[in-house]
Design a protein around this ligand. Sequence first.
Ligand code: ARG
Length: 464
Amino acid sequence: MANRMWGGRFGGGPGAIMEEINASIDFDKALWRQDIAGSKAHAAMLAKQGIITAKDARTIAGGLDKVAGEIEAGDFKFSRTLEDIHMNVESRLAELIGPAAGRLHTARSRNDQVALDMKLWVRETIDVLDGSLADLQRTLAEKALAEAATVMPGFTHLQSAQPVTFGHHLLAYVEMFGRDRGRFADARQRLNESPLGAAALAGTSFPIDREMTAKALGFDRPTANSLDSVADRDFILEALAAASICAVHLSRLAEEIVLWTSAQFGFVRLSDAFSTGSSIMPQKRNPDAAELVRGKAGRIIGALTAMLVILKGLPMAYGKDMQEDKEGTFDALSSLSLCVAATSGMVRDMRPDAERMKRAAGAGHATATDLADWLVRKLGLPFREAHHITGRIVSLADKKGVSLDALPLAEMRSVEPRISADLFSVLSVERSVESRKSRGGTAPGEVRKQARGWLKRLGKGAPR
Ligand code: ARG
């Protein structure tokens, strides 16, 4: 049977494989709300411009509400023969209201319709994500405030570098997620122009009012060029790029949680709520949620790559290739939401082992830089020379198998005779972090200030 929507010049229906490759309804039914909202705005505009009658517009709006009700209730029969969400909705509308339904598609094409639906979906998803990222930031900042003075090793090259505080470490992620929110906000701002009214690609001969539909759907203005309107998927690329960067941040934190919860680090414990056991090794507590957050970064980055490749060879304007934008986008952005929620959950759940962290913080002569700084401050040595002397003291401590603060004064003086007992006051990990009061530094006072600043900016948020 020829397609009801465009079967005029077709004698028969598509072959089975054609239907299989062509139909998008299995996944684009996710756009039903957006599709119906767009159609209602379009019908109201057509009536206001005298392109259809007010009566038809009312009938169409009532019918669309009915369709929405059916989909909401799970009573809607989606059909693959009708290809996609746009034709499924319109076809049902025709069954419900008769011939008036046929007027809805005046001055419109599925090309501007689908661009609109995707923009609305991405915009809404960005708004929801912004809220959950703010929640994650709040969770991290609260934890940071509580752990502002908890000393842990700071690493470079995953080698003990200098002691830092756990709060300071967590605040690093608050910054990252803040930039992620900024990137999503930028994408949203550029996205917020309505493609509706571009029709198939060239615009329309009907006297439509694109300002009206743009405003009704919450856009800042209509898009400027009708070809670009139906061909543009930049907004998806930008959202997926922002999502990929955010996924990378989440994955780095997840990787740290995996390390921290290992028996070797033992810095952090996740409760049973965020751990799983092993079916063979009774001692295991696996951080599966963190591993999955780390793993899901793969599919999110994959969706961005796929989208870039889908678009790179497409001539103006619409090409059916663009239908491939959906599954990756839906999957990537919902995976990201899930990862953000799981990360908030883990951060709230995790309990640091302060004793163990502190012990690890002192390992590997982590306060050697403090020793060198003391030589500069107290003896007026150039830092390079102080670095050299400290190196020799570290090597001496290594030879004796003791930590820096356990090396007798006499031994230190054998390297630099002007060293006094006062030096020992800077060798503890607490004093080390305490002294790093420079702006953005790891001193507990500075960490508290930063955490409070964030909490103030983030506000209360939704109650959980
Ligand atoms: N399902 C299609 C898509 O997602 C809708 C647009 C179809 N346009 C067309 N000219 N066949 O891209």
